[in-house]
Design a protein around this ligand. Structure first.
Ligand code: MRU
Length: 366
């Protein structure tokens, strides 16, 4: 995507091939800062503290973490045990997005086949870059497959604006390019379709307010930030035509883990007969799981993320306490939307129903 006229992806390897470059998303939208990852510890901090976030991007960052582990392996630690241990540390950095485990395991499996350290390093670099490129391609395809959904609504509304509601940030910032939920929106916008996005603020870290609004604005897409609780009201008023969200992990049966609050949007959409779509690359399916509510691990984060907010005060970013200091807070980061509330899954291979049978029709090899 372009930021102020300059093409940029969310992660890349520096020319010196020793540093992985990322955008520090904690500082958006007020500051645009690029950060270097040089070690496994840097990688873990970036994932845990959410410099990078969003399932596909966490996966690719983890993949490059394997490369950094191999690149910086101490002279006496060139054996596989060391690399396996470092990969376990990376995989433990965030629990819900399955892309992390998938990508790290994928790169590690190839690396372990190599006999010497030099080949291990080269293999890790190649595999991490390949996963990044594949995710770009997948998101592009998600855009192509999701576009007809928006086109149809636009035709039905005779060109009046199509109102899409989205939650969290499943945009290019959460991926490498295009985004998942935003890919059909960008595709529609680029085709000249009048599209407007209701952006859920997405408390507590405000990925909607800070990130989705920022990237839609950079691309010129009309959008309005709303409180997390406004969606149901807007749906009752006929002001939402379609909901499109991303996911951090989706079971083989179509249960969807996504940012906390997604489930409530799905319930409201069902009650108002509004289509509720989930956009995801195949790397976000957890093929082993069949029961999202009982099997997907839900991350519980630092309560201070709820108790404090970050913002701009005049020219300075600042952090303020917004509740009684002594009040406890509980920060559940994700929830599960059962498959029965999902109208369809938009994948790189097309759209399917959120049922085991239809998912397997698109991915028979799984
Ligand atoms: O906690 P985050 O910001 O990593 O959560 C991200 C989300 O919930 C996104 O909606 C999801 O990863 C889909 S990203 C394409």
């Amino acid at each position: 995507m372009k930021v102020d006229g300059k093409y940029i992806q969310t992660i890349w390897l520096d020319e010196d091939e020793r540093r992985v470059k990322i955008i520090d998303q904690r500082r958006l939208p007020h500051e645009f800062v690029i950060v270097d990852l040089q070690t496994v510890d840097d990688t873990i901090t970036a994932i845990k503290d959410m410099y990078v976030r969003g399932a596909p991007l966490i996966g690719v960052t983890g993949a490059y973490g394997v490369y950094l582990a191999a690149l910086n392996a101490p002279d006496n630690q060139t054996n596989n045990d060391y690399l396996i241990q470092e990969c376990n540390r990376i995989k433990a950095s965030r629990p819900t997005a399955v892309n992390l485990v998938w990508a790290v395991d994928h790169v590690l499996a190839e690396v372990l086949k190599a006999s010497d350290l030099h080949t291990k390093i080269a293999t890790a670099k190649k595999r991490a870059a390949a996963i990044a490129a594949q995710e770009v391609e997948n998101c592009k395809k998600i855009g192509e497959h999701g576009l007809p959904l928006i086109e149809q609504i636009s035709r039905k509304k005779e060109g009046k604006p199509v109102n899409v509601l989205t939650h969290c940030n499943a945009g290019w910032l959460a991926c490498i390019e295009y985004g998942t939920a935003t890919a059909p929106i960008y595709a529609a916008f680029d085709r000249g379709i009048d599209v407007h996005v209701w952006v859920d603020e997405t408390r507590p870290l405000n990925q909607g307010t800070r990130l989705t609004a920022w990237e839609l604005g950079k691309h010129g897409v009309k959008h309005t930030i709303i409180t997390d609780n406004a969606g149901g009201y807007l749906m009752q008023q006929g002001k939402v035509d379609i909901v499109i969200v991303g996911t951090d992990r989706t079971t083989a049966t179509g249960d969807v883990a996504n940012k906390i609050g997604t489930y409530l949007k799905a319930l409201a959409a069902k009650d108002n007969n509004i289509p509720f779509y989930v956009a995801l690359p195949s790397s976000t399916f957890d093929w082993r799981l069949k029961d999202g509510v009982n099997e997907i691990p839900i991350e519980v984060r630092d309560p201070n993320e709820i108790k404090y907010v970050h913002g701009l005060d005049k020219d300075k970013t600042t952090r303020v306490l917004i509740c009684p200091a002594a009040s406890p807070a509980a920060n559940f980061a994700f929830d599960i939307t059962p498959a029965k509330l999902v109208s369809g899954l938009i994948t790189e291979r097309g759209i399917c129903m959120a049922t085991e049978e239809d998912i397997r029709r698109l991915f028979p090899e799984k």
